[in-house]
Design a protein around this ligand. Structure first.
Ligand code: CP
Ligand code: NVA
Length: 322
């Protein structure tokens, strides 16, 4: 295909790249894709989709490979370090090579500025498969999981416990605000969310009826929450493991914390989980936990996103709401 023909290419680099209406549309699609797994074929041909990794992955690697195949395409999974990028070829030059041969580019990397550079040089959609700052595909799967359980996202309270400055905290803030949720981040001083992302999430929440808050007291954050979420205390690329464990232990998601949440609260963890650190084994493996549905929903949510980017958004006018 001629990349220059894609005039209105859309990327998904952070959670607020989808408007509230667009996010709802993608989540509707995710539900439909899950019900009829082979009904959507945007990459029939087959077209190839490049999936690049600068960091470890199990779920993201598997769900994109399986999903792209189910969408009629061919996944090209590359360790970016073994491409010429690993020897210093620029991100922009890599994008120029890829865009003429693939239908979309999915990338897990470190700095957000790296995926922004890829998108700025690419005429095919670029999807963030995790950066240091955001993990927006994960939040789509989490929102799908919440919708399946509660029938909605808007108005529910999601409380996240642990590292308030990592990709999951930032994406819960932004993606939860887009979804009209009340997002609480429970974290100590030294782990506070990026102030600009917090400000932006608050602005988005004003328009959707949601809200955002950062709390130091885990009991207060858990009180009455519908969704309890956590993530590893030591993200990929971080080194101060023992200090982080010591600082974040008061924010462990355990049975006492969950007992403060709303009756019928559910527990999310993007995985991989470290039992009895950020989450007790009892809670992770217990009746409140939806983590395996959450991991499966990566497949459906990402298929919906790719279909939307390629077949819906790519054909809309720039002012269309998709
Ligand atoms: N949740 C998540 O992104 O898992 P992986 O690191 O295994 O892809
Ligand atoms: N915050 C974690 C998420 C892993 C899926 C990390 O970045 O390592």
């Amino acid at each position: 295909s001629n990349p220059a023909g894609q005039a209105h290419v859309r990327h998904f680099l952070r959670d607020d790249d989808l408007s509230p209406a667009e996010q709802a549309r993608v989540l509707d699609l995710a539900e439909a894709v899950k019900k009829d797994r082979y009904a959507y074929r945007p990459f029939e041909g087959p077209q190839t989709v490049a999936v690049l990794f600068d960091k470890h992955s199990t779920r993201t690697r598997v769900s994109f490979a399986v999903g792209i195949g189910e969408l009629g395409g061919l996944p090209l999974i590359l360790d970016a370090g073994s491409s010429q990028m690993g020897r210093g070829e620029s991100i922009e030059d890599t994008a120029r090579v890829l865009e003429r041969q693939v239908g979309a580019i999915v990338w897990r990397t470190s700095g957000q500025e790296r995926i922004e550079a890829m998108a700025s040089a690419s005429s095919v959609p670029v999807v963030n498969a995790l950066t240091d700052e955001f993990h927006p595909c994960q939040i789509l799967a989490d929102l799908q999981t919440v919708r399946e359980h509660f029938g909605r996202t808007a108005g529910l309270t999601l409380a996240y416990f642990g590292d308030g400055a990592n990709n999951m905290a930032h994406s819960y803030l932004l993606g939860g605000a887009v979804a009209g949720m009340h997002v609480r981040i429970a974290t100590p001083a030294g782990y506070l969310p990026d102030p600009e992302i917090l400000r932006r999430a608050g602005e988005v929440a004003e328009g959707t009826g949601g809200s955002v808050a950062v709390l130091a007291d885990p009991a207060q954050a858990a009180a009455g929450a519908d969704v309890i979420a956590t993530d590893t205390w030591v993200s990929m690329g971080q080194e101060d493991r023992e200090q982080r464990i010591a600082d974040l232990m008061p924010y462990q998601v355990n049975a006492v914390l969950v007992s403060r949440a709303a009756p019928g609260a559910v527990v999310l963890h993007c995985l991989p989980a470290y039992r009895d650190l950020e989450i007790s084994a009892e809670v992770l493996d217990g009746p409140h936990s939806l983590v395996w549905d959450q991991a499966e929903n990566r497949l459906h949510a990402q298929k919906a996103l790719l279909h939307w980017l390629v077949s819906v958004a790519g054909r809309d006018t720039p002012t269309g709401d998709g």
